[in-house]
Design a protein around this ligand. Structure first.
Ligand code: BEZ
Ligand code: FE
Length: 303
């Protein structure tokens, strides 16, 4: 790879030679790597990182600030908090990785960011059941079908759903071990599914750590556009991790803090005035409710 900072751009030919020689020495230090993929990754990373440093002419103070940032991110990370994934999310690296690894396939539903709030073993509900489990919010009827890319239904597809309550908190943030706002269910023999969830509202990603400070320093909001998470899987088909977003949510225009919004995932959530009969006859004590439809198309499994 040729140097990106030629002599003359503020540095002498002699200085440029010193910097390039160091890059080549470090790149060569990986020459004996047995795993060919690891070798490519480390050599390319070396070139890109060195050339980033050279392009911005990183100062020693800035280098120390970066090390302090990573150290703080390490200290705040534990089994429940993953500041490095958050960093990847706000830099758009999570979405770029998803974009490269889930290339569009003939009308299949698009993937988006996974986020840190999924839990294994969420309770199973029957079709038409309620995922709220006591989480506060406006009831929302969610229905749709799961098909493959030739429009055949996918009976028994496993659908995991999870979301924040109306205050913007996931159950794992309550701190008392309660399970709420999450469940899994299975599509019926025609690929149909339905459940009661909560109308999603906007909420900030955890912003009390170094990533939150970074966002504040650069004038960026930590708020995510309102969304409901899905993970859908079935034998022989590509598992899908995605969300649906609420059409008309101003946060979509303002910007989702982790770049997760895709036009095809924006769905209309129609508010039903208080007293409107519900699809399954559920009595909501005269409360208003909402409904939305999300038809899911799974791509074939990667071979
Ligand atoms: C979320 O949607 O739950 C989420 C995604 C990325 C970072 C933080 C939260
Ligand atoms: Fe979320």
């Amino acid at each position: 790879m040729s140097e990106t900072i030629p002599a003359g751009k503020g540095i002498s030919a002699a200085q440029s030679k010193i910097e390039n020689r160091l890059i080549e020495t470090v790149v060569e230090s990986f020459n004996k790597t047995e795993d060919p993929r690891l070798k490519v990754l480390m050599q390319s990373l070396t070139r890109h990182l060195h050339n980033f440093l050279r392009e911005v002419r990183l100062t020693e103070d800035e280098w120390r600030t970066a090390i302090d940032f990573l150290t703080t991110a390490g200290h705040i990370t534990d089994g429940k908090r993953q500041e490095f994934v958050l960093l990847s999310d706000v830099l758009g690296l999570s979405m770029q990785t998803i974009a490269m690894n889930n290339q569009a396939y003939k009308g299949a539903t698009e993937a988006t960011v996974f986020g840190p709030f999924f839990l294994e073993n969420a309770p199973e509900i029957a079709i038409g059941g309620d995922i709220a489990g006591g989480a506060a919010g406006q009831p929302c009827w969610v229905e749709g079908t799961v098909t493959d890319s030739s429009a055949s239904p996918v009976p028994g597809a496993r659908i995991e759903v999870w979301e924040a309550d109306e205050e913007g908190f996931y159950d794992v943030q309550y701190g008392d071990g309660r399970i709420a706002g999450r469940a899994h269910l299975f599509a019926d023999e025609n690929g149909k599914y339905a459940f009661w969830g909560l109308t999603p509202t906007p909420y900030p990603i955890p912003d009390d750590g170094p990533v939150g400070q970074l966002l504040e320093s650069v004038g960026r909001s930590p708020v995510r556009a309102s969304h409901l998470h899905f993970m859908v899987s079935a034998d022989g088909l590509r598992s899908l991790v995605t969300h649906i977003f609420v059409a008309g949510d101003p946060q979509i225009e303002i910007g989702d803090s982790v770049f997760g919004v895709k036009d095809s995932l924006i769905k209309s959530f129609e508010t039903q005035p208080a007293g409107t009969p519900t699809p399954d006859g559920r009595d909501l004590d005269g409360k208003a409710w909402a409904r939305t439809r999300f038809d899911i198309v799974l791509a074939p499994a990667l071979t």
